[in-house]
Design a protein around this ligand. Sequence first.
Ligand SMILES: Cc1cc2nc3c(=O)[nH]c(=O)nc-3n(C[C@H](O)[C@H](O)[C@H](O)COP(=O)(O)OP(=O)(O)OC[C@H]3O[C@@H](n4cnc5c(N)ncnc54)[C@H](O)[C@@H]3O)c2cc1C
Ligand SMILES: NC(=O)C1=CN([C@@H]2O[C@H](COP(=O)(O)OP(=O)(O)OC[C@H]3O[C@@H](n4cnc5c(N)ncnc54)[C@H](OP(=O)(O)O)[C@@H]3O)[C@@H](O)[C@H]2O)C=CC1
Ligand SMILES: O=C(O)C(=O)Cc1c[nH]c2ccccc12
Length: 419
Amino acid sequence: MLSFMENDLFSRRCVWVNGPVIVGGGPSGLAVGACLKQQGIPFVILERADCIASLWQKRTYDRLKLHLPKQFCQLPNFPFPDHYPEYPTKRQFIEYLESYAKNFDIKPHFNETVESAKYDEACRLWRVKTVSTNGSIRSEVEYICQWLVVATGENAERVVPEIDGLKDFGGEILHACDYKSGEKFRGKKVLVVGCGNSGMEVSLDLCNHDAEASMLVRSSVHVLPREIFGKSTFELAMFMLKWLPLWLVDKLLLIFAWFILGNIEKYGLKRPSMGPLTLKNKHGKTPVLDIGALEKIRSGDINVVNGEIKRFSCGMAELNNGEKLEIDSVVLATGYCSNVPYWLQESEFFSKNGFPKAPFPNGWKGKDGLYAVGFTRRGLSGASSDAIKIAQDIGKVWKEDLKQKKQKVPTHRRCISQF
Ligand SMILES: Cc1cc2nc3c(=O)[nH]c(=O)nc-3n(C[C@H](O)[C@H](O)[C@H](O)COP(=O)(O)OP(=O)(O)OC[C@H]3O[C@@H](n4cnc5c(N)ncnc54)[C@H](O)[C@@H]3O)c2cc1C
Ligand SMILES: NC(=O)C1=CN([C@@H]2O[C@H](COP(=O)(O)OP(=O)(O)OC[C@H]3O[C@@H](n4cnc5c(N)ncnc54)[C@H](OP(=O)(O)O)[C@@H]3O)[C@@H](O)[C@H]2O)C=CC1
Ligand SMILES: O=C(O)C(=O)Cc1c[nH]c2ccccc12
């Protein structure tokens, strides 16, 4: 390790990593780490936050629960405790991840943000640069490694739309990732922009805290019941997909949804023309799994507003159709995006939107030792299947290298023993 300090406020180091560098200490990074540990392969995880799974610990609301049953959300080689409910709470999921990291003795480097990563053709190694600040001290580290595993997630950055007049609005405007609870909005008129799972659940939470929630739907949305005839919709869909084509499973899901939820279009929730799983596969748009918002929409407690925001003014949102909404606060449940294009200098494997170009199940491996985990648009189960494949793939090369090194060892040992 080379290390030098230029002055008190700035340090720069260069570190050789024997094994892969994993960028991101969320469920995906931890899963790869655990699978590598099992093969005795060392690695370094770089995490920009001061904890593991920062999305879950810092950027989600209090009432959040997993919306897929627990068997689809557990990471490799470490099941959820038996006493966990079918849909663990956010706290339980975080505790599970903490014990996962402890069980496999995974210790990420916290507070280190990867700002660039580049393959050095000359030495055939990756150069990964991180920045961390501790008070007034800025530290830069360059990690050099043979393998780079991208595990920064599909939800790395918030999407904040540019809407005229946001500055003139006057009330509170926050993204869903900063929303914790409806407590502080009691009695307030809140506009929730977006009707994905976040928009629906934030609206429901606001309602449960006696706030007046309006939810803006600009295009369309698939709402499915979380359970169909007592069985999880997701599980049922996965089961049907073993025997039936995607389009047919989509049709059946919509028939069941119609049977259980009725016609939701009359509440302003227009369904997309593509089926729910096809849409998820093609465009990554997750269907809403209803956990109670629909009932509040039916009863009129959540007010669905169709349209797009034209501009904000003082205490007001004006829509394209001329409608004006008087509101106190705005929650932007407008989704997330990948941040890979900001730091990874590579354009063959990753596309401009920060997702691997190859669709599932082929988007986990690039060339020159580059891997991606957790970009399958299949939630935690997709991340787990990527992690297993990546660790196996690295393991093969690792064992081969080890064999070659061992073959060289006797001569080396002889040399030493001659002294
Ligand atoms: C509200 C919400 C609920 C969800 N519920 C479910 C569910 O019930 N079931 C399911 O299967 N999926 C769910 N998901 C999908 C979600 O993608 C996964 O749960 C999971 O968090 C993905 O793990 P990940 O490690 O890939 O990404 P993340 O959890 O986002 O972790 C990525 C980590 O990388 C770090 N990072 C990012 N950029 C950098 C950088 N440049 N340098 C260093 N570190 C960096 C981040 O700080 C973060 O800790 C949910 C998503 C959201 C937003
Ligand atoms: N309990 C759970 O497990 C939960 C899981 N999640 C997951 O987290 C991920 C992210 O979900 P979510 O945060 O809901 O994001 P999504 O990307 O799913 O939804 C974003 C919503 O915002 C709308 N939108 C975006 N920009 C604008 C704009 N400028 N004006 C009006 N509307 C806009 C979109 O509309 P349009 O369709 O027209 O683009 C869409 O309705 C998903 O995978 C989801 O399943 C989230 C919450 C809870
Ligand atoms: O909640 C998410 O973000 C997920 O990605 C979980 C998920 C993967 N595939 C799905 C299909 C229907 C509903 C949720 C998911």
